[in-house]
Design a protein around this ligand. Structure first.
Ligand code: GTP
Length: 360
């Protein structure tokens, strides 16, 4: 039985203000904390024991997931006193693993939505005899990513920084944030200090001649690190474009949780998710968006590709497009907020005070 480590301790700075009160893996996507989808997918691949490496807002995970039995899992939680980075976090939970030195251990970043064939990654690892195996995905524009070229047999040949010139784009393969480690390799990561698995552990292993194997799997993959990506990922889960056994309801244009109130003349499309206790008023149109618990979208408001935080209120006729409204914020009527604008938690915008704005 393969065990898994989930890295869920990051501060999620790119996702603010969604991560002001809630760690990124606990922000609801398609009606449940995003982490639920990852845990359910790991369980479906045969994983039974998962150790969560927590740091930022660590206290919220265990009250929600408990011992994991609701998901058919045995969950354990380990909290870092100081954030240890991705590699330090993996090393810090090693004592909780039950497996032997030569056994494979799955490691997942806690913010990746993917259709990765988890069993195939473990099989690739075992059959290639690698020390570490990495899920690689191909991206259309590799300029924003560190690149991971491989040889004809799939063996990793380098870890390259973000390319600065067209000549430096030697591959379109990037690290997709899911790995299989030989247990013994985890024990070689230095303990008790911050370590980046991407910047220190992997390049160091390669330099020492270790065998790092890449497995390119080009199914659905999205890093939910930014608000736009998070909203997209939630909508894709609701629409059924992204696979998860944990979406609470049928796939389709909308997901409305029990206890939400949607007026008969409101229109919900494009994978919109509406949380418990939220209210969507008459004439409102909400497309491809996430409306969290207890939020209110007023009459004739138009909400597109946006996220409305828990308990936030959107006034009548207000237009949100590509906007993120923090928990408890109030956007008065007749405003227009577009193009990546973020409204901080608890902020109040008066009626008609914003016509257009951007954080770009
Ligand atoms: P940004 O601040 O927006 O970059 O997000 P992040 O803090 O989540 O960082 P990043 O996306 O690079 O992290 C990748 C994964 O590692 C995420 O699942 C994080 O939760 C996790 N992670 C990052 N740093 C730490 C850490 O110090 N400790 C633990 N336990 N997990 C971490």
């Amino acid at each position: 039985m393969t065990e898994a480590i989930l890295l869920v301790g990051g501060r999620g700075t790119r996702l603010r203000p969604l991560t002001v009160h809630t760690p990124k893996p606990m922000v609801p996507a398609a009606g449940v904390p995003f982490l639920t989808h990852q845990l359910a997918r790991a369980r479906a691949a045969g994983v039974e024991h998962v150790v969560l490496a927590t740091s930022y807002l660590a206290e919220v995970f265990e009250p929600y997931f408990g011992d994991g039995s609701d998901l058919g899992l045995h969950l354990e939680y380990v909290t870092e006193e100081e954030p240890l980075g991705t590699g330090g976090a993996i090393r810090n939970v090693a004592s909780r693993l039950h497996c032997g030195p030569g056994d494979p251990v799955l490691v997942f970043n806690g913010d990746i939505l993917t259709g990765l064939d988890i069993r195939a990654l473990v099989e690739t690892h075992t059959s290639s005899g690698a020390d570490v195996s990495l899920h690689l995905t191909k991206v259309a524009d590799p300029r924003a990513f560190g690149l991971v070229p491989t040889d004809a047999g799939g063996r990793v040949t380098a870890f390259l920084e973000k390319p600065q010139t067209p000549e430096e784009i030697v591959t379109d393969q990037i690290n997709a944030g899911a790995y299989v480690f030989d247990r013994s390799v985890i024990d070689t990561i230095p303990a008790g200090r911050p370590v980046s698995v991407e910047r220190e552990t992997f390049p160091g292993l390669l330099a020492e001649g270790a065998h790092l194997q890449g497995m390119v799997d080009s199914t659905y993959w999205l890093d939910l690190g930014t608000p736009q990506a998070f909203v997209r990922g939630s909508a894709d889960l609701v629409l059924g474009h992204a696979p998860s056994p944990a979406v609470p309801g049928r796939r389709g244009e909308r997901l409305v949780l029990d206890g939400a109130e949607v007026a008969p003349g409101a229109k919900l499309t494009g994978g919109t998710a509406v949380g418990a206790g939220a209210v969507i008023a008459e004439g409102a149109r909400v497309h491809g968006s996430t409306v969290l618990d207890g939020a209110v979208v007023g009459p004739d408001a138009v909400v597109r590709d946006s996220l409305v935080g828990a308990g936030a209120r959107i006034g009548a006729r207000t237009v949100l497009e590509g906007a993120v409204i923090g928990d408890g914020a109030v956007v008065g009527e007749d405003n227009e907020l577009r193009d990546g604008i973020r409204v901080w938690c608890g902020v109040r915008l008066e009626a008609g005070s914003v016509r257009f704005s951007s954080d770009r």
